[in-house]
Design a protein around this ligand. Structure first.
Ligand SMILES: *Cc1c(COP(=O)(O)O)cnc(C)c1O
Length: 221
């Protein structure tokens, strides 16, 4: 499936006018496909497998901002710590500690988002509000210097019920608002993908992760 430059221009314009950051999700797509968007001026790309992201980063321009959007295992943090821009799916204190350790080795401060479970489905990763509060408390107490929690990430249910999706995003925005009252440095709410990004923007998303609308459908595994 080819890259869709027209769709890219339209979506980019729509997001720019709403002040929303576009992360182009390039998982399973080739470095040539990524370069096509790069040559249109795009710099933020999202991947959800460590090895795939690392291999692509090695072959592509160094000014690309790589977003890790998948489920990250602690033992793989060291592979992306030298270059990753933002880790979207952090869901445990153990992982935050590991990111802090590897960031320190690389003399970096790595930005992270905590993933909140907002969907009806049982299978998705993420924290509930109670777990979120306890992780944040311990995070503050531990004074990690090489990791910054800059916001939240969430995925809505994969269904066509627009009202339900809207309620899930609204719930995430509410949680984000509540945290902002304690920490005004929070900047980023990553919610919305190809099928639901318009709803997410309506509910106050500041960053969307869009793959298939830009790169075409992915091959089913
Ligand atoms: C694959 C993926 C996306 C993008 O999905 P599309 O439906 O192709 O836009 C967004 N977020 C996460 C976490 C993903 O894994």
């Amino acid at each position: 499936m080819p890259v869709k430059p027209k769709a890219y221009q339209l979506i980019k314009k729509e997001l720019d006018s709403a002040n929303v950051v576009l992360v182009a999700v390039s998982k399973t797509k080739s470095v040539e496909d990524i370069l096509e968007l790069y040559n249109l001026g795009h710099r933020d790309f999202g991947e959800n497998y460590v090895q795939e992201m690392t291999e692509k980063a090695a072959r592509l321009p160094k000014d690309i901002r790589w977003h890790f959007i998948g489920h990250l295992q602690s033992n793989k943090v060291k592979l992306i710590a030298p270059f990753v821009q933002l880790i979207h799916g952090v869901d445990s204190l153990k992982l935050l500690k590991e990111i802090n350790k590897e960031a320190e080795k690389n003399n970096r401060v790595i930005d992270c988002l905590l993933q909140i479970h907002i969907a009806q489905e049982e299978t998705k990763f993420g924290l509930d509000e109670e777990e979120l509060d306890s992780i944040l408390k311990e995070f503050v107490d531990l004074k990690m210097e090489n990791v910054r929690v800059i916001g939240l990430m969430g995925m809505a249910s994969f269904i066509e019920n627009i009202d339900l999706i809207r309620r899930e995003f609204r719930n995430l925005k509410e949680i984000f608002r509540r945290l902002m009252t304690h920490d005004s440095r929070l900047t980023t709410l990553s919610m919305g993908m190809s099928s639901d990004y318009k709803i997410a923007i309506g509910e106050g998303s500041s960053m969307v992760r869009i793959g298939s609308l830009l790169f075409g459908e992915r091959e089913k595994k």
